[in-house]
Ligand binder design. Structure first.
Ligand SMILES: *Cc1c(COP(=O)(O)O)cnc(C)c1O
Length: 365
């Protein structure tokens, strides 16, 4: 590829591609951040300079997502996986929750929650290797459920909820790790939204939790570690202890990048355009095929196969030699997966499809 940094198109599912403009700004500010005399990595998280970084990041995120005042925004650590435990520990009051299991991450969340209460699996798509989103318009919601849990975009299988489940008035909790900030969402429909940022927003090590204030409780079980209480972090504006400061700074730069681009409406438009290029190709290909039911397709993660494992391997290898990186499917499903996150330029998808077309012509028997 002929760009000034010799960067390649990176289709990784996460950690994943970040906007070049953001990386350039981070580079330019690396050694002396805005005349502070040091890098963001080296400064006190109690300093005025860092306070401004985290407050601005929160303000920009609130603007981008139109987050109402009765929701707290928390910048936490422990990966999205720590939320699998924090959610039940903090949100169970009756001790009952309903989970919709549409992939590995939802399944892991469901198993982890078992430790803390009576956890029901009210719908699943495991019967067809998670290749679709089940009909969730009239599920058997438990009358005493404290919340209903979904993984909104299934990173590994490439499915997405295009309609939210009917929770029959219960609080909705959503793992948005791999679709966070890819499109506008109506925050008021959720009690809690969370995302590990390394998919679509920033470097690994930060997770963002957006939680409605009435769900932040003091009376969590007494054995709950202080660090695992939402209240600890909410009361201290995410500065109870040292936060993942540099990661928060990069997230802040990405929020600015999104705002400059025109916000989430615009981002959605671009993302849909990118995904359409690949899906249209897959729908017309004689060699490659998508693995997901059409009405459940994700615009972020697109898995596909040739139907021949050896050929899949050859494709991944040759793609790599052509500057199209990290196209291998998740180790549990095989085949290929192209992640088309916010920072993947449209040219990257065009290059991928062009290469797939060439590969098809050369390898179709
Ligand atoms: C990657 C991912 C996770 C796990 O994230 P970690 O930060 O590695 O714990 C959870 N949920 C979804 C949807 C993911 O894509």
């Amino acid at each position: 590829m002929t760009n000034k940094y010799d960067r390649q198109y990176n289709f990784s599912a996460g950690p994943a591609v970040l906007p070049v403009e953001v990386l350039e700004q981070a580079r330019d500010e690396m050694l002396n951040y805005q005349n502070s005399g040091m890098s963001v990595m080296e400064m006190s998280h109690r300093s005025k300079t860092f306070d401004n970084i985290i407050k601005t990041a929160e303000k920009d995120l609130r603007e981008l997502m139109n987050i109402p005042d009765n929701y707290k925004v928390l910048f936490l650590q422990g990966g999205a996986s720590l939320q699998f435990a924090m959610i039940p520990i903090n949100l169970l009051k009756n001790g009952v929750a309903d989970y919709i299991v549409t992939g590995q991450w939802a399944k892991k969340a469901y198993s982890e929650a078992q430790k803390y209460g009576k956890i029901n699996k009210i719908a699943t798509s495991e019967d067809k290797t998670f290749s679709y989103i089940p009909d969730c318009s009239n599920l058997d919601i438990s009358p005493d459920a404290d919340y209903v849990y979904i993984c909104e975009n299934n990173t590994i299988y490439g499915t997405k909820f295009h309609t939210l489940p009917n929770t029959k008035g219960k609080v909705l909790v959503s793992d948005m790790s791999s679709c966070f900030l890819s499109e506008p969402v109506d925050v008021t429909k959720y009690g809690l939204i969370y995302a590990g940022v390394q998919k679509n927003v920033g470097p690994a090590g930060v997770q963002i939790v957006i939680i409605r204030e009435d769900l932040i409780r003091e009376d969590v079980p007494s054995w709950c570690p202080t660090m695992l209480k939402y209240k600890t972090h909410a009361d201290n504006d995410s500065l109870y202890n040292t936060p993942p400061a540099y990661g928060i700074y990069i997230c802040g730069l990405v929020f600015k990048w999104l705002k400059n681009l025109g916000g989430l409406e615009k981002m959605k438009e671009i993302n849909e355009k990118k995904a359409k290029i690949l899906y249209d190709f897959l729908d017309n290909s004689k060699l490659f095929k998508g693995t997901v039911e059409k009405n459940s397709r994700s615009v972020m993660n697109v898995p596909f196969v040739t139907g021949d494992e050896e050929l899949d391997k050859k494709f991944i290898e040759e793609a790599k030699n052509n500057g199209l990186l990290q196209l291998k499917g998740h180790r549990t499903v095989g085949g290929m997966r192209a992640s088309l996150y916010n920072a993947m330029p449209i040219e990257g998808v065009e290059a991928l499809v062009k290469f797939m077309d060439k590969f098809e012509k050369e390898n179709l028997k």
